[in-house]
Design a protein around this ligand. Structure first.
Ligand code: AGP
Length: 596
């Protein structure tokens, strides 16, 4: 949800901030812009649409300090006027902002009465005018004074005419500082900076930083200096680039065997610190949004199965509406980015209610890691495509590990079963590779269904959430209406929507749900809907029931969501390709949603 970047150093800033900004385009791409401290004053350039459009219109503007922004519209349409950066009435200060200012309307009215002239409909523009009005002898103190007036979430970077410095601050929106040699950076996400540095400082909520080419000064809003150690990020630039794949999403789907391997590395042997799990948890609640919620739903089934601890999954934004009860469940907060506002708010609420919390995230130092009592990193490497793929599968791995841990700690899991399951987990990278090898078959199935307007995805038990996730991937990137449903529920309403034009993807793996799934497939074919059945290798019978069949390797039913979702990710990807959709940057959505 908007990406911001800033550079100050001894090189020309324009090319560097544009390069970094392109790596943040997954956060929003309605419009973009930059401000450069040039010998001719503060130079502003903006454009509607993707960053490439801005770039194509740009002449070289000299200057070694710049800030830039790529926008995902919340307040005001995607127009050039509403694109960031924003300047004050005298073009003295320029501001880029990611977040939402909830009290901007009264502030705007107050500033209008004072004679300020606004050029956009956005909430963010008030910041430039507040800074212009602020008391203070230097940029830092003016920014702090302006931030004192606002409510809401922000990550901002501010520059001032004639000064080679950037002042940045954050509250509930992500911001990292990149540490270079004779140059320093700020960005919404470390992936933007990997070409230049992997040394980063994570700014914390309500901290402000002043950076120049050779200094980084972090302080709180009262000016109290904060000592912040830099951390070295293990991700490489290659991890964050397409490496020859046409889309990040396809690259990330194909990286899944490696990602699964990495996320299990050193963890199956139980060498990790167990102290957090010594507490006795009598119930568990898993929260997340979108794909992370679907991982949580799979987690519900597997954790109950392995540990016998009653477990529920809930959408993060709904958590606050559940009543406070006497029991204090262990709350597992899943967020690949670690910055999703709904999940952060739920994690804070859980702490307020006195619950112990675990964060499952892919991003080192992300906000959720500071909210949680314990963190499980998914180790998937950077995920740039808006559609979550490898982070979903590694979230499942984290949940399998958690289930094994809890089951072992409370003796629900025999050592023999544990050994068997661990052996199966070790085989998962190979299993996923076998599915990937069949990508051409899935591409031809997608070609067949490319004209569909609506599709159903059905499954039972562990694969009910898989059906939800398959449907989400499909709607998100191919713009086909995809609806995931528990297979047994079709007859309670949705059958009315089925016809020859409504394909149904049915997950019919050989487990205890198989016979019932075949019954559901018959219900569907009786309504003329073409069925694509996803089954288990060696199943000769499915072809008798379904128009098309795709088989995945046989695994323990507990792990079947892993190969199946890989097949469904590929199906959604090829549908989107057939329909000419912008796979990595689907319309109207952003990878990280930092507003509630
Ligand atoms: C997944 O393809 C989506 N882009 C979306 O549902 C995503 O999973 C959701 O916004 C949660 O993000 P998070 O995992 O970073 O919290």
């Amino acid at each position: 949800m908007c990406g911001i970047v800033g550079y100050t150093g001894n090189q020309e800033a324009q090319e560097i901030v544009l390069d970094c900004l392109k790596r943040l385009e997954y956060r929003g791409y309605d419009s973009s812009g930059l401000a450069i401290i040039s010998p001719d004053g503060l130079q502003l350039r903006k454009s509607v649409g993707e960053i490439a459009i801005l770039e194509s219109k740009l002449e070289h503007v000299p200057g070694t300090t710049a800030i830039a922004h790529t926008r995902w519209a919340t307040h005001g349409k995607p127009t050039t006027e509403n694109a960031h950066p924003f300047v004050d009435c005298h073009s003295e200060f320029a501001v880029v902002h990611n977040g939402i200012l909830t009290n901007y309307m009264p502030l705007r009215e107050e500033l209008l009465k004072k004679g300020h002239v606004f050029t956009s409909e956005t909430d963010s523009e008030v910041l430039a005018h507040l800074i212009e009005d602020a008391q203070g002898t230097d940029l830092r103190s003016k920014v702090v004074s302006a931030l004192g007036r606002i409510e809401g979430a922000y990550a901002i970077a501010v520059v001032q005419k004639g000064k080679n410095e950037i002042v940045a601050a954050r509250y509930e929106s992500p911001l990292v500082i990149g540490v270079g040699h004779d140059e320093n950076f700020v960005a919404s996400d470390v992936t933007a900076l990997l070409k230049y540095t992997n040394e980063v400082v994570y700014l914390q909520d309500k901290e402000v930083v002043r950076i120049t080419s050779d200094s980084i000064e972090v302080s709180d809003m009262n000016g109290q200096v904060a000592q912040r150690e830099s951390k070295t990020v293990s991700w490489s630039l290659e991890d964050a680039e397409r490496s020859g794949y046409p889309h990040f999403m396809l690259k990330e789907i194909f990286e899944q065997p490696k990602a699964i391997h990495e996320s299990m590395l050193g963890r199956l042997e139980g060498q990790e610190d167990d102290s957090f799990f010594k507490a006795k948890f009598t119930s568990i609640k898993i929260i997340g949004c979108g794909t992370s919620y679907h991982a949580g739903l799979v987690g519900k089934y597997l954790i109950e199965e392995l540990s016998r601890i009653p477990t529920t999954a809930q959408i993060s934004s709904e958590y606050r509406y559940s009543p406070v009860t006497d029991s204090k469940p262990l709350v597992v907060c899943i967020s690949q980015s670690g910055e999703t506002a709904d999940t952060l708010a739920a994690a804070k609420e859980a702490r307020k209610r006195g619950c112990k919390t675990i964060a499952v995230t892919n991003v080192l130092g992300s906000a959720i890691t500071r909210e949680a009592d314990h963190v499980i990193y998914t180790r998937a490497g950077p995920e740039i495509g808006v559609a979550a793929t490898k982070t979903f599968v590694t979230q499942l791995i984290a949940l399998y590990l958690l289930g094994l841990k809890l089951g072992t700690m409370n003796n629900s899991l025999s050592s023999e079963r544990r050994r068997e399951l661990i052996a199966e987990m070790r085989a998962l990278p190979r299993t996923v590779q076998l599915v990937l090898n069949d990508a051409p078959i899935i591409a031809s199935l997608a070609e067949k269904h490319k004209k569909a307007n609506s599709m159903f995805f059905i499954g039972r038990h562990m694969n009910y959430p898989t059906s939800l996730e398959g449907a989400l991937k499909t709607k998100e990137i191919s713009y086909i209406h995809g609806e995931g449903y528990p297979a047994g529920e079709l007859k309670h309403g949705p059958l009315a929507l089925l016809s020859r034009e409504t394909p149904v993807v049915a997950i019919c793996v050989r487990d205890h749900t198989y016979e019932k799934m075949l019954g559901n497939v018959r219900e569907v074919t009786a309504r003329d809907s073409p069925v694509l059945a996803i089954g288990t290798e060696g199943d000769q019978d499915l072809v008798k029931y379904a128009e098309d069949v795709f088989l995945v390797p046989k695994v323990n039913p507990l792990f079947s969501p892993v190969p199946i979702i890989v097949a469904l990710q590929l199906f959604a990807y090829y549908l989107a390709i057939e329909r000419g959709c912008p796979v990595d940057k689907p319309r109207n959505i952003a990878k990280t949603v930092t507003v509630e």
